[in-house]
Design a protein. Structure first.
Length: 533
């Protein structure tokens, strides 16, 4: 690998808060163990992680809430006090609101001499000055948070984020929805999140990665019977990285020829957008496609051949008549079509989209990206019925929308898409068929199980912020097309393509940094990656 993947050691199964609560219950039944003892075990894991990361720790300030997350915090404070570390618990909930285990934990903390005081924001926090060997512990909300935050919590979190001290979140940074990754007005910006029993899916997508810091996981000694239970073996989603896609491309036989490796046709590049289609075509070639053809506007032909002469370029300005014949000839030779990079919204664009989808039908894989997605959304919104794609959607489609395109395809709003990226990806797949990736930090993939037909959700943890630059999506579309041409199924090509794309960006960033990373910087790393699988 080009870098140390800090999450490569983490489990792949990702759960919702409700699923983890059920696993908690099973652990308590199977060990058996009192729930209070399990809480103390969780606190021991958190405290151990803190001491390992900050061995010079001299002071701990623990912020507690009313639920079991707060109970964990009280026990963390007790363990620290027993080790001679100065401890202060600042309570963000009135003691009378605590129930069951959390209330018992507070009583034990007080009996152990731990100072527990109300977290009066104005009087306590704004005047506090803590030394630099202090660590803050966020045990306020945990997995129960769904939003919105109370104003008192907002003030506390704002102070924690501005204190300039390390922050450790117990299970989930307060203010992050652990099911969806949604963050509202503010959330704790943790240096480390100690995730317990099961990894929460929301920590890996949306705005959550800005708040988790390093993720540390411990299953609290989950018994084998629980690990083998239906609940544990049925996660809400899975974590996906390059380690999960090994051997997806078999070695080529000694007698391999370009025809064996497939032909990709890229259709796009309206006036002024020729670069998008060219980058997609080049990425398909670097992914290992035997031949790549590009149908674009005539004015882009010279530039395309100058940049990459290996690509067979056809210039078509009138997609009807003779232009239609040229397109048909190219489609008849293609094993897969990449439609959309730089396609535009002109009559040229509409004509090409209709011809490609009418020809491809349900038998030829099509990667739909960028303007192809926008045009489909436009047809659906106008009630055209998408008669030229019957039925609407295909098992052979691969859709690669960013949140804006996803919102248009779902006739929704970007804010709604980002509020629950898992639900949005599943809705896209249900509405449009095929294999879908909702791009962004923690890209969410939705494919269909080959046997049951049920939706499978995955979160890709490859990639970096340097990918926030023009052309990255075009490269991904072409890369997926190149993998499809070599015989991978749509679901396989999507999974491999998204991971290779992210890891290639990480390799390029490791060389020269994230800022200023260009889409074309990924071409050679893509080639390196497909030869390591």
């Amino acid at each position: 690998m080009s870098r140390h993947n800090s999450q490569s050691h983490l489990p792949r199964q990702l759960y919702t808060a409700q699923q983890v609560r059920e696993l908690d219950r099973l652990i308590i039944e199977q060990l058996p163990i009192a729930s209070l003892k399990l809480m103390r075990r969780a606190a021991s894991v958190v405290f151990s992680a803190i001491c390992q990361r900050w061995p010079q720790l001299r002071r701990l300030v623990v912020f507690t809430g009313a639920g079991n997350n707060g109970g964990d915090g009280y026990y963390v404070a007790m363990l620290a006090a027993a080790e001679g570390i100065k401890v202060q618990v600042l309570e963000c909930a009135e003691p009378e609101r605590l129930r069951d285990d959390a209330a018992s934990a507070r009583i034990q903390a007080l009996a152990a001499g731990v100072s527990c005081r109300p977290c009066d924001v104005l009087q306590e926090l704004l005047s506090a000055r803590f030394p630099q060997d202090t660590v803050l512990v966020d045990a306020i909300l945990g997995t129960g948070f769904k939003g919105p935050l109370r104003s008192a919590h907002e003030s506390v979190i704002e102070w924690m984020n501005g204190a300039g001290l390390p922050v450790v979140a117990v299970d989930v940074p307060s203010g992050v929805n652990c099911d969806t990754g949604y963050v509202g007005s503010i959330a704790v910006q943790a240096s480390m999140t100690v995730c317990l029993v099961g990894l929460k899916q929301g920590l890996f997508t949306g705005k959550a990665p800005d708040h988790t810091g390093e993720i540390v996981f411990h299953d609290l000694g989950m018994p084998e019977l629980v690990k083998k239970s239906e609940q544990a073996r049925s996660p809400a989603s899975s974590r996906l990285d390059v380690y999960a896609i090994s051997a997806c491309l078999p070695p080529r036989p000694a007698t391999a020829h370009k025809g064996l490796c497939g032909n990709v046709l890229v259709v796009g590049g309206d006036l002024g957008y020729g670069g998008a289609a060219l980058m997609a075509a080049e990425a398909a070639a670097r992914a290992g496609a035997g031949t790549v053809a590009l149908l674009t506007r005539s004015q882009h032909v010279t530039a395309a051949l100058t940049r990459r002469p290996e690509i067979m370029v056809r210039g078509v300005d009138e997609p009807d008549g003779h232009g239609s014949e040229q397109l048909l000839a190219l489609m008849q030779r293609a094993r897969v079509i990449v439609l959309g990079p730089g396609l535009g919204h002109s009559s040229w664009s509409h004509s090409l989209l209709r011809q490609v989808l009418e020809f491809a039908g349900a038998h030829l894989p099509v990667v739909l990206d960028a303007d192809a997605l926008n045009l489909l959304a436009e047809y659906a919104a106008q009630g055209d019925g998408l008669d030229f794609v019957m039925p609407a959607g295909s098992s052979q489609w691969v859709l690669t929308p960013h949140p804006g395109e996803a919102a248009r395809l779902l006739e929704s709003a970007v804010a709604q898409v980002e509020a629950d990226r898992f639900a949005a990806a599943a809705a896209l797949q249900s509405r449009w068929g095929g294999a879908v990736v909702l791009k962004g930090a923690g890209s969410v993939l939705c494919t269909q199980h080959e046997l049951t037909g049920s939706a499978l959700l995955e979160v890709c943890t490859e990639g970096n912020p340097g990918m926030a630059s023009g052309g990255m999506g075009d490269v991904l579309a072409g890369l997926i097309g190149g993998l499809l041409a070599q015989g991978l199924s749509p679901a396989q090509a999507l999974r491999c393509g998204v991971c290779i794309h992210g890891e290639a960006a990480d390799m390029a960033a490791a060389e020269n940094g994230e800022r200023g990373l260009l889409a074309t910087d990924l071409m050679l790393p893509i080639q390196a990656q497909v030869n390591r699988l």
